[in-house]
Design a protein around this ligand. Structure first.
Ligand SMILES: Cc1cc2nc3c(=O)[nH]c(=O)nc-3n(C[C@H](O)[C@H](O)[C@H](O)COP(=O)(O)OP(=O)(O)OC[C@H]3O[C@@H](n4cnc5c(N)ncnc54)[C@H](O)[C@@H]3O)c2cc1C
Length: 402
């Protein structure tokens, strides 16, 4: 198959798609356009090793620098697609160049949700471009307010403690990582953070304002809760989720509903235009509703599947979504979706960071979370995918049998 495929976004979904197109025998031109200035890198390192200063960027690259020329992939970094014309089948790049396409993949990912503040001490963290300023603020300032106790807030809190900063974590809800783990695991994660000296405050939807320097104090940023409580630090990280980057798709008139809407073949509402990764929302058979992935592995398998779909090849069934986190050297793995009302089957000792939870809804496995036992979640993913009623018995034996 010849012609030209343009991939917009050089994150893991776009990169995997470009690589898969070649692997699947596509011999036409592949143009991979990425707005970020660096070669494609592993985004999860941003809140962990890169922020900690523990690895150089070269170690965090998704592919070695020579991969692109070797694979005959025309990678354009530091270049945005500014406009998509689906009638003409063209994109306009920030360089002014106009490229026609036979097929196009939108893999534009997501952006950090921001709060209204004019403080220059308030940071968000999505990519490499955010790392240097946040790291300098943590190291130089010595104290950090983290607004939001989700995955990125918790990871940055852990990394900042590793850098020696005083950390206060402000969470609006009653539990950390509430969207992805059950209360029993949230409690373990909170204990882990407290054990490392993080102060955690719940029920706080804070307003952030700058605090002026005085003769005795350096300036800072103050978070004020609705009930008047306040906390001050040298800098703040706002980590309250991410919004799909749908601007290009919306301007082109594509169907968007919390993400670019795709069918099971990753097709958008425009002919020849596909979408994959964090920006795409497709039907999730596990949840029985449209949903958007927000984890690394899902974006990677999406990219590969979308590439196959673009070539008219068979598309594998949607995987059970899963992800991981790493805080203070403790690994956390999660798969499927866990609701607060699910029945839980527990194996091992969560508090000792050696335990696994299987969530059952109407008697069927729907999600799993493991603390310090990544193998368990790997083994339980097919159990969740099968959706068979849970027969009872030992969770450990189920895992061991896989
Ligand atoms: C700090 C951080 C830590 C994370 N840690 C974990 C983790 O530990 N485990 C886990 O499972 N998941 C983690 N995730 C989530 C995971 O990284 C994402 O799910 C994944 O990166 C999504 O990949 P993507 O390719 O869909 O989008 P992205 O990675 O967002 O890439 C999209 C790319 O498209 C570019 N782009 C956007 N618009 C345009 C345009 N118009 N023209 C050109 N380029 C454009 C963007 O600049 C970006 O480079 C983390 C995310 C963050 C932000």
């Amino acid at each position: 198959m010849t012609g030209r495929i343009v991939v917009v976004g050089a994150g893991v979904a776009g990169v995997t798609a470009a690589q898969t197109l070649r692997r699947e025998g596509y011999t036409g031109e592949i143009v991979l356009v990425g707005a970020e200035h660096a070669l494609p890198y592993r985004r999860p390192t941003v809140s962990k090793d890169l922020l900690a200063g523990a690895v150089a960027l070269e170690r965090a690259l998704l592919k070695p620098a020579k991969f692109w020329a070797d694979g005959d992939i025309d990678l354009r970094v530091a270049t945005r697609v500014d406009e998509l014309d689906v009638e003409r089948g063209e994109v306009r790049l920030s360089t002014g160049e106009v490229l026609g396409y036979d097929s196009l993949l939108l893999a534009t990912g997501a952006r950090s949700r921001a709060v209204a503040t004019d403080s220059r001490r308030v940071h968000t963290l999505r990519g490499l471009a955010d790392v240097a300023a946040l790291r300098a603020a943590i190291v130089d300032g010595g104290s950090l307010l983290v607004v939001g106790g989700g995955l990125i807030g918790c990871e940055v809190a852990a990394t900042a403690r590793g850098l020696g900063a005083q950390v206060t974590l402000l969470e609006a809800g009653p539990a950390l990582l509430e969207r992805i783990v059950p209360a029993a695991v949230s409690a373990v994660v909170a204990d882990l953070h407290r054990g490392h000296g993080v102060r955690i405050e719940h029920g706080v939807s804070a307003t952030l304002t700058d605090t002026a320097a005085t003769a005795d104090t350096a300036g800072g940023v103050t978070a004020t809760a609705a009930d008047g409580r306040s906390w001050t630090a040298a800098a703040a990280l706002v980590a309250i989720g991410a919004e799909p980057d749908t601007a290009l798709a919306e301007a082109a008139g594509l169907a968007v509903n919390d993400g670019i809407v795709v069918d099971q073949h990753y097709r958008t509402s425009a002919p020849g235009v596909f979408a994959a990764g964090d920006v795409a929302t497709g039907f999730d058979p596990l949840r029985g509703e449209f949903a958007r992935g927000q984890h690394w592995n899902g974006a990677m398998s999406d990219g590969a599947a979308a590439a196959r779909a673009m070539l008219g090849h068979e598309v594998p069934p949607v995987e059970v979504p899963w992800g991981w986190s790493d805080q203070y050297g403790v690994s956390l793995q999660f798969a499927g979706c866990v609701h607060p009302h699910d029945e839980l089957v527990v194996a091992g000792d969560l508090a000792a960071h050696d335990g696994t939870v299987l969530a059952l809804r109407d008697g069927r496995p729907v999600g799993a979370v493991a603390v310090g036992r990544p193998r368990d979640v790997r083994a339980l993913r097919p159990v969740i995918a099968a959706g068979e009623p849970w027969a009872g018995g030992s969770l450990l034996e189920t895992v061991a049998a896989r």
